[in-house]
Design a protein around this ligand. Structure first.
Ligand code: ADP
Ligand code: MG
Length: 258
């Protein structure tokens, strides 16, 4: 079962610099939530607090709570490695393991965490590549390096790798910003399919993309340069793009700043 995310009072720091301040929101299961806002307002930082990756950065520190179906990911006995398996991440630049084959790229996480029999592994790899809409393009060259694929294919390979371990939540940080328009549409279609199985949070600087793929949109902003980023509002995507509650949101989506 997909789980609900409930974030409260979340702040994140780099050393003494507070990057995001006191963010609270909920994310419903099997939905797509888009994070939008000007560069530097903390979207990536906030995303990385949702699978305990922020604290990997030297000086990275988090305050507040992230509940995944009532369990605090920042609880005392919680293993951050297990959290990162449950809450997967896809990055801005496709980052397949360069020396590994297509097959091994998808199998990598499975091999780490399970003692799969060989035929079972092949089954999950195929299922994941199908899930990422990549199977038909790569089924005849599974042993070729993942780095030989096009950018859009590499990004779908990274999505296959992320979903192979069956996460609950998939975080995507500008997953299309390095891709051409056709690959971008392929990823957007894929997001629409994946949300039937996963809860998805996507950072995008592309307003049309947010409007196309997401159910809910969260707008983040900086009160001033040097100040921490804040959540301005979160609402149904349709509403954010037609009749937002806050003037700053209206200004941003209509391109008056940022
Ligand atoms: N590794 C880092 N070390 C120090 N400060 C960082 C680091 N990454 C980001 N920041 C700072 O945190 C703030 C938010 O950045 P970021 O989360 O990348 O914003 P966005 O994704 O919205 O562009 C910015 O002020 C940025 O300079
Ligand atoms: Mg960013």
């Amino acid at each position: 079962m997909a789980k609900r995310i409930d974030i409260s009072g979340l702040s994140a720091y780099y050393g003494n610099h507070k990057a995001i301040d006191d963010i609270s929101m909920t994310v419903e299961p099997r939905s797509v939530t888009a994070f939008i806002g000007p560069s530097g307002c903390g979207k990536s930082t906030f995303l990385r607090t949702l699978n305990r990756m922020h604290e990997v950065t030297p000086g990275g520190r988090v305050e507040g709570k992230v509940l995944l179906d009532d369990e605090n990911l920042y609880g005392k006995d919680v293993d951050p490695v297990a959290v990162r398996r449950t809450v997967g991440m896809v990055f801005q630049r496709p980052n397949p393991f360069p020396t590994m084959s297509i097959f091994d790229n998808v199998a990598a996480g499975l091999r780490l965490n399970h003692s799969y029999k060989k035929n079972k592994l092949a089954e999950v790899v195929e299922k994941s590549l199908r899930g990422a809409n990549l199977w038909n393009e790569v089924k005849d060259r599974l042993n070729k390096p993942g780095s030989g694929l096009s950018g859009g294919q590499q990004q779908r390979l990274c999505i296959a790798r992320a979903i192979a371990v069956e996460p609950q939540v998939l975080l995507m940080d500008e997953p299309c910003s390095a891709l051409d328009p056709i690959s971008t549409l392929a990823i957007e279609d894929l997001i629409g399919e994946l949300k039937e199985r996963f809860t998805i949070v996507i950072v995008t600087h592309n307003m049309q993309q947010a409007a196309r793929v997401s159910d809910r949109t969260a707008f983040f902003n900086l009160a001033a340069i040097g100040q921490p980023g804040k959540l301005v509002e979160i609402d149904d995507t349709e509403r954010i793009f037609s009749n937002p509650s806050v003037q700053a949101t209206e200004d941003y989506i209509s391109g008056r700043f940022g």
